[in-house]
Ligand binder design. Structure first.
Ligand SMILES: Cc1ncc(COP(=O)(O)O)c(C=O)c1O
Length: 395
């Protein structure tokens, strides 16, 4: 295996610099480490950028999704329509509420939830649908026009999992601002990162108020307010059994700096995506991701055409690794995971598009710090394996 530290290209690497270091130092020196002014600034900047009325910082997108479902009121025993083609966080929060995920298969080309299938699932199930939870997978926006039409038609609120999708615009607004809430992730490998962290955006005053209270123990006053106004800090009420989901200022300060670089970082990822698309355009053994000018390119997922290649996806990954290229697979669909499979008695073929896309997909490195030389090496590595294993009879 070629794990030479100097030449191995990791699957992901954050883009951090002096600005983030200085911002963290400033917070450390200020003596205020928990949620405070830096979090408020990050929220104001994020709301300003996305045009959302409220932006509420949280310590992960998982927390933000949970708070969103709590705030819109997902009752135990209800269903939430979502995609199996996602990270488990999307679905576990539905279970936190005592509700059940109702999986809906994806579109082959986009990997996003298929709106036609949502309609079908609503019609075939009598139980109450409490929410639709689409995921803008890889940073390619879902068909929000159709999803919002379904939402209006059936009176089912939408919570957007925009963990991969910043900054992404469609239909004149940001992904994440169509639903009752939208939730972004700043996990270490995301398009802007704070290590761990998330943001919920909403235009709804009541939802924002509920999330504010529930992200900090169900306390009716924020700690910044408690320690900086004349009312004594001890004078607060607990109005619900809330959670500990607030974002500390050290984290938020990094977020402010990352947000300032979001567009240049996106532009670099787009350049890399275009290089890949160009270089692989003649490789008929690969299925390439859909191009969209507004794609966030959190992930660059390719699919191997098993009809044309005599190598399995897993072997392809091993060979790339041996050539010094780190890759990953997004995702093992949730209906194949032990918990969901056994709890809901799900069969692999029940979501055939998800299954098939998963079996053939791998994700190539795509991040601002990749050099042109590294991108060339990745392209050459993919092509060299592809050519070696091309089924000659088809040529
Ligand atoms: C689609 C999706 N949703 C939600 C999450 C959860 O994000 P976080 O790690 O910030 O909780 C992730 C994390 O990778 C994700 O990929």
């Amino acid at each position: 295996m070629n794990r030479n530290i100097k030449t191995y290209i990791p699957f992901s690497r954050p883009h951090l610099g002096r600005e983030e270091e200085e911002a963290v130092t400033e917070v450390l020196k200020s003596g205020w480490l928990t949620t405070g002014q830096a979090a408020k600034r990050f929220e104001a900047d994020f709301a300003g950028c996305t045009g959302a009325r409220y932006a509420l910082s949280v310590n992960s997108a998982t927390a933000g999704l949970h708070l969103s479902l709590e705030a819109i009121g997902v009752p135990p025993g209800s269903y939430v329509l979502t995609t199996p083609y996602t990270f488990t966080a999307t679905s576990e929060v539905i279970r936190y509420m005592g509700a059940d995920p109702l999986f809906v298969d994806i579109e082959e080309d986009t990997y996003n939830i298929n709106p036609n299938n949502i309609e079908a699932r609503i019609r075939e199930n009598g139980r109450k649908m409490a929410a639709i939870l689409p995921v803008h997978i890889a940073g390619l926006p879902c068909n929000m026009k159709s999803i919002m039409e379904i939402s209006r038609l059936h009176g089912i609120p939408v919570v957007e999992d925009a963990a991969h999708a910043f900054p992404v615009r469609l239909l004149g607004r940001y992904a994440g601002t169509f639903g009752a809430t939208g939730v972004f992730s700043f996990y270490a490998n995301k398009t802007i990162t704070t290590g761990e962290g998330g943001m919920v955006v909403t235009d709804n005053e009541e939802i924002a108020a509920r999330i504010k209270v529930m992200r900090l123990h169900g306390i009716d006053r924020e700690s910044w307010d408690r320690y900086t106004t004349e009312n004594p800090a001890w004078a607060y009420d607990v109005v619900a059994p809330g959670y500990k989901y607030n974002m500390p200022d050290i984290t938020a300060a990094i977020g402010v700096r990352q947000l300032e670089k979001a567009f240049p970082m996106r532009d670099r990822r787009r350049d890399i995506a275009l290089k890949y698309l160009n270089a692989f355009s003649g490789c008929n053994y690969l299925k390439l991701p859909v191009y969209d000018d507004e794609h966030a390119w959190h992930l660059f997922m390719i699919r191997l055409d098993g009809e044309r290649l005599s190598i399995s996806r897993d072997e392809f990954i091993r060979k790339l690794n041996n050539l010094g290229v780190g890759t990953s697979v997004h995702y093992i669909p949730l209906h194949l995971m032990t918990y969901y499979r056994t709890r809901y008695d799900l069969k692999p073929e029940q979501f055939p598009v998800s299954l098939n896309n998963y079996l053939n997909s791998l994700s190539l490195p795509i991040y601002p710090d990749l050099t042109d030389e590294e991108v060339d090496k990745i392209i050459q590595s993919v092509k060299s394996i592809g050519i070696l294993h091309y089924k000659r009879a088809l040529m």
